[in-house]
Design a protein around this ligand. Sequence first.
Ligand code: HEC
Ligand code: HEC
Length: 274
Amino acid sequence: MRMRFTYSAFLVVGAFSYALAQSVVPKNPFGHGPEVVAEGHAIFNQTCTTCHGMDGSEGERAPALVGERRFFRLSENALYDTIKHGIPGTGMPALNLPDESIWKIVVFIRAMRSSASEVDVPGDVAHGKQVFSGKGGCVKCHMINGEGGTIGPDLSNIGAQITLKRMKEALTVDGPIPTGYQPVKVVTLKGTTIEGVAKNQDNFSIQLLDNQNHLHLLDRAELKSVEESKISLMPHNYDKVLSREEYNDLLAMLAKQATVNLHKKVEGDGEVGR
Ligand code: HEC
Ligand code: HEC
């Protein structure tokens, strides 16, 4: 009899604390509108940049919160917990902020981390495709779903791989040339000139993909000269050579390229990056 009582009392208490736990799981009360993102951005820049960098970049005492999509706490609740309680045993302190401010920062961080395919990019996708293979000339160097050139990266999944911000930068801002896309011009001892990008190279050989999409494996001993260019083959002036409409439609189309979404919206930690 007594045993029984204890047991059911246990159940009641258990059910109670379960209900309690359910009711205290915090929830974002603001939604994800651009004005919330902007408010969160402002609070972040005021409060967090003693350690993290401005706008979520790397700071002197803490890692970047925006940028490469690696190792991020992704779910809103995990972010909320981190900001509210800190990360024990690390330099990330519990921050004594009102819940409202915490939620706005969470919305800001999430917005900055989303891939282009996860955000709303207005524009005419069909027209964007035309710009890609017509005026933009992208198809000469890039492949989408098996069609196009190979000298630039395959863009079939680009919407899922990079943020909208990064996508705009790729089209408009000079940046460091990523490995595998270093433009080179070689002249062989026999006098043949080959231009393209170095896919791989070491002290003895160069693997060169030429502008006609042919791969050459070259022995450095058989080369008269090797010239590397500092300028990427990727043009960075599309905000100038395309009209605003063409540019926006192109972005809308690229953002939709998420055929093999490796990082589907995983609610939780440990997402693997590009
Ligand atoms: C006193 C320095 C300091 C301050 C102030 C600070 N952080 Fe951090 N934060 C850190 C450090 C250090 C880490 C890395 C902890 C680790 O090693 O995992 C971190 C990690 C984080 C992470 C987890 C990493 C990730 O990418 O998921 C989040 C989220 C975060 N901080 C958000 C914030 C926000 C938002 C604020 C302002 C409200 C803030 N931090 C203020 C030092 C700080
Ligand atoms: C002459 C060849 C060429 C043309 C034309 C070209 N690209 Fe590129 N593109 C490249 C190369 C090479 C890279 C990689 C090197 C780099 O990023 O500097 C690249 C990189 C990119 C990236 C970055 C990919 C990433 O993973 O970060 C995007 C996005 C992109 N191009 C889109 C376009 C679009 C859209 C067009 C047309 C409007 C276009 N490219 C036209 C050669 C070209």
